[in-house]
Design a protein around this ligand. Structure first.
Ligand code: ADP
Ligand code: MG
Length: 321
């Protein structure tokens, strides 16, 4: 029997080594490590494989932007400042034009987001890129998945669904027009890591995660790590108006809830901080929407506009099944 991605990690890799200096180990968007009395190091790694995470013929600059930004998204989810990264590059062949375009795009984004390439590894083989990202945070300020309490509000940044919708652009018979295609390709290759939001949420949010596997799966991780459940108001989940017009509602709902690849932040806010957050949203300082409530009952319950429970298949993206 094949194991799910999460069962595999839990069974084989969640208790390797000791815990000295490990403030938070396997199971969050990044590990939190004690490096000095007042600072913690936040570390995460993500691999993108050609033909799995991007099309085989993707442009080198697109691959560079996506790989770095996907990794930065985990720093945002931890409320960390991205500082340094290493790059493990596996290439079928060393083509100067490809390498030039890839490295220029990588440098452009590294400069923009304030982090530096400090090492890596280069090997020959099928195209695959891993970035290990390192960030810092003041001690105790990291945003983690497991800090939510029952009664906390659930929020999400930006809009959801375009990450999954973008995959259609790569399928034959795609029905988007040129400008829609452009929006989706930008969303796919240049997702916006919500680093500024993550910083603003330090000391404010009780839990956070980036939406990489689909809202139900990722809110599910916050709920499970916090020993809770959640109620999700389906009609509150923010969607780009053009997308809502372009696709049928069932398709849209499945993309929003189970599609993944949006790289927005889902976070929870205790009642005592909700007026602060709602004020920031109102003043345009925080692009986020309240979409639900953490509950003590395990599981994610989806409610429609009338407050009726909607049955939704929970199916976030998972490797190996
Ligand atoms: P994310 O979507 O935020 O990148 P993942 O779903 O990839 O997170 O991984 C979930 C958790 O499991 C993370 O804490 C990650 O560090 C950990 N993890 C994944 N694969 C391994 C592995 N092979 N060994 C140890 N930890 C792992
Ligand atoms: Mg993540």
């Amino acid at each position: 029997m094949s194991l799910s991605e999460f069962a595999l990690i839990k069974q084989y890799f969640s208790s390797v080594g000791g815990v000295e200096g490990v403030a938070l180990g396997v199971g969050d968007d990044g590990a939190v490590l004690d490096i000095s009395p007042d600072q913690q190091l936040v570390v995460s790694v993500d691999t993108l494989v050609a033909g799995v995470h991007f099309p085989q013929d993707a442009a080198p600059e697109d691959i560079a932007h996506r790989t770095l930004r996907v990794n930065l998204s985990d720093m945002a989810a931890m409320g960390a400042d991205a500082r340094w990264f290493t790059l493990a590059l596996t290439l079928p062949q060393a083509e100067p034009d490809w390498l030039q375009a890839f490295s220029e795009a990588l440098a452009e984004d590294a400069q923009h987001f304030g982090c530096a390439l400090v090492g890596g590894d280069t090997t020959a083989g099928p195209l695959s890129i891993s970035i290990q990202m390192m960030g810092t945070v003041s001690r105790g300020q990291a945003l983690v998945r497991g800090g939510a309490q029952a009664g906390d509000g659930v929020y999400v940044t930006g809009t959801l669904g375009e990450g999954a919708a973008a995959l259609q652009v790569f399928s034959p018979g795609c029905s988007y027009n040129d400008s829609q295609r452009e929006v989706l390709l930008k969303r796919f290759y240049r997702p916006e890591p919500r680093l500024t939001v993550g910083r603003k949420l330090r000391g404010v949010a009780s839990a956070a995660i980036d939406v990489s596997d689909g809202l139900l799966a990722d809110l599910g991780h916050i709920a499970e790590c916090s020993g809770l459940g959640a109620e999700l108001q389906l009609q509150q989940v923010p969607v780009a108006p053009w997308l809502a017009e372009a696709v049928n509602p069932d398709q849209l709902q499945s993309w929003i809830l189970s599609g993944g690849d949006d790289y927005e932040l889902c976070f929870t806010v205790p009642e005592s901080k909700q007026s602060l957050v709602d004020g920031m949203i109102h003043r345009g300082e925080l692009l986020a929407t309240r979409i639900g409530l953490m509950t003590s009952e395990p599981g994610i319950v989806c409610l429609d506009a009338e407050g009726q429970v909607q049955t939704v298949a929970r199916k976030g993206y998972q490797h190996f099944n």
